[in-house]
Every structure is written in structure tokens, then in C-alpha cells.
Design a binder for this molecule. Sequence first.
Ligand code: PMP
Length: 453
Amino acid sequence: MTVFANTQQAQQSFWHPMAHPASVRQSAVTRIVSGEGVYVTDDKGQRMVDGVAGLWNVNLGHNRPEIKAAIMHQLDELAYYQSFDGVSHPRVEELSARLSAMLAPEQMARVMLSSGGSDAVETALKVSRQYWKLVGEPERTRFISLRQGYHGTHFGGTSINGSLVFRRNYEPLLPGCIQIDAPWPYRNPWNAGGEELGALCAAQLEREILAQGPDTVAAFIAEPVQGAGGVIVPPANFWPLVRAVCDKYGVLLIADEVVTGFGRSGNMFGCRGWGVSPDIICLAKGITSGYIPLGATLVNQRIAGAFEQNGNFTGALMHGYTYSGHPVACAAALVCLDLVEREQIPANAAKQGDYLLQALKPFEQKFAAVGEVRGKGLMLALDLVSDKASREPVDPMDGFANQIARVARAHGAMVRPVGTKIILSPPLTIQLPELDILVNALDTAFSQTAPVR
Ligand code: PMP
């Protein structure tokens, strides 16, 4: 085998997603070579608490023998088979039944599998369009989403993403995608908070549906807690009010639970935390704890029923991926779901998340650059500001967040700089001693790093 690692050629060939090639070349790459439990180790031997669980996904921790064994067993039995058009295999059926059972309170009737979050969102958007054609309202094609929302990288997801930075390079995008203000207590046009803010944002959704014409709106899609956009926790009344607005105008409600699914926000599912049943739910990441790519899109009976029809439009789902229900991914998911339930992962996320939030809150007083520390369960963000009073964010180009992350890593905490925020999303199995390592490393990083003025 030719070993290129660390050579210039390897660095030139590997195209880093979500980064400028030149800036990656200039900075020292953090090269992770192994993982064990909630720790990862880089190629220089530095051991760090994985404060981001890979990419919000290694929820059960690294190197779990149960997950590896399930994968190996499935490889022996059947490494791959398709699931198109009347063909299937046991694992895809078992996983689909298992997911519908887990989401029985939300009355999810049918499961369509794919390879990740972007696939799951794309499926949700296409299924929504097809649903409206099937029920005789083909004009309903528009999608409304939230600013700061993140829904992946396919053209549909890119079109509904709430941050310009993800859309601009790829325009023109899908027509009829509209973003409204997110219920963001720290920064919103009304300077409102709590239930007042939740009501204002839900009213904005209603106004937008009316402005577009209710008979043109297919669906509203949002994350129960916005993740990549900066861990934005909506007021408790927002989702119930959104459900009511959607019901009033017949609009489908899609919950993008790619991050929040399987315990991250402290509830098994994010929408359950708000007491709301969506029409469609998108899942990925924690479903296999990141060991193998897998995505899932679940629909309720309202939608599943419509697909039984055959009129001008067919109820055949002319959408599917070679890896829809990959047997090895399904086997990994089945054991992960067992572990999530057996180890009461959502309860641990809620408990440890509360501790982490309380431990980091004093940073708001202690450090000039920390405007707000917020979160729910084990998804947290430190919002970095150049001016506390005006809440003006730091300049994303000045490298301050990157510098914080670099110092934190040197002190044993893998954290993620995202624009003007530091994101924390450790494995949901984390316990107190490792939370303290994260807090202390960040304390050192903020103490040693002067904000650029
Ligand atoms: N939806 C949400 C809410 C996400 O956070 C992400 C990825 N972080 C995606 C969709 C896309 O998932 P993937 O990267 O697996 O395609």
C-alpha cells in the first residue's frame, strides 16, 4: 500500500469540505487517527475529549464493540442487496418496523431509507411535492423554512437553507423557497423573548403562507432546535403554534431531526420535546452513531395513505438510492437503537447538558468575547461578540473562533468553530469528568486568547 499520509501530495488531493483550500493549507490540519469512548487522539498523540462527537453523530462514543460486532456479522451474512421494486432483505424490514414503533406516538407509518441527512431531506421535499399532486393540489410546490436553518447540501436542501453562505455559490436554486425569521431569543428583529417571540415567529409563518397563497405552499420545514446555525433553542410555544398554523392552511410540517433525533436535545426526538407530531421526520447521524452512513425519512398516515392512490399522478415513489436500506447500515442502526434505549441516552443528554450549560454560563460574565452560552441537552453554542451591549458578532474572518478551538484542542478538548460560534455536541454517553475537561480547556482558551479588535 502506498502511504501518502502527511505528504504534500495527500494534502493537495484531499478536497476539504466546507473550507477554503488555501486556508486549510495555511493552518495545521487536526488529523484524528483513533477514537475510544468519548476520546479521540490526533497524529501527534494528543488525546482530546471529543466535544463534537465527530459531527454531532458519534452519540454512543467511539469503538463500541456491540456496533462493530453487528457490522461484522452482517458483512458475513449479506454485505449488500438492493431494496427497489419488490426486492428486500431482513434488516431493512426490521429497521423500518423498529423506527415506526419508536415513533408510534408521532404516528409515523412508513419509512424510506437513504445514506444521510441530505438524502433524508431531499426525500422529504420530493415526497411533499408528490403528495400534493396525488391529492389533487398540484400547485402546492413552495417550501418555507427558517433563517439560520441547515438542511444539508443537495439542491433541495441548499435551496431551503437559511444562511446565505450555503446558498450563494450554487444559485440559481429551486424556485419557491422562502425563509422567515427564526425564533432566536438572542438576536431577532423585535428584541422579543419567550412566548412573545414564539408567537411573533408563528404569526410570521402565517403571514408568509397568506402572502404566497395557501394553495401554493407544500410544506414548512425546520429543525426542532437549530443546530449548525448556532444552536438556536425556540421558545416552548413556537412548535405547537407552528403545528396549528400548518393545520389551518393544510401545509405539511416537516421536522428535520438529523441532529436532534435519538436523544441529542435531551428528548428521544426533538419534536417530542415540544409535544408536536410532524407529518414528516428526517433522521440520520445518531441513527448509526456515525459508524456507517444512513438516513431515514418517516411519513405519517396522511401521506402514506395518499400514496396508495393512482389517478393522474402515480403513487409509485419514483425516488430511491442504491443505498436505500444498505444491510450493513441497517444492522448498525438496529444495535444502536437498542443501545440508545437500554442506556437511556436521552436522559443522560438532558442531565449532562444541564451541567455543561451551568458550568459554561459564567463565561458570559468572565470573558468579554462570550455574548451568550446557550443550549438544550448536549447541543450547546458559545456566541462570540465584539461588543456585548450591541451583541455585534466577532468578525468571522478574524480567526478568533479558530484560535479558541486550537488552544482548546491543545488542552484536551476537541471543539468546533463555526463562523462566530463555538459549537459543543459531545457523545451522549459523556460523564462529569470529561465535561469538566471541556469546560477547563475552554476556560484556558478564552483566558489566553485576546479577541481581535
Ligand atoms: N439536516 C440537518 C439538521 C443537519 O444538521 C445536517 C448535517 N449537519 C443535514 C441535514 C445534512 O446531513 P448530511 O451531512 O448527513 O447529509
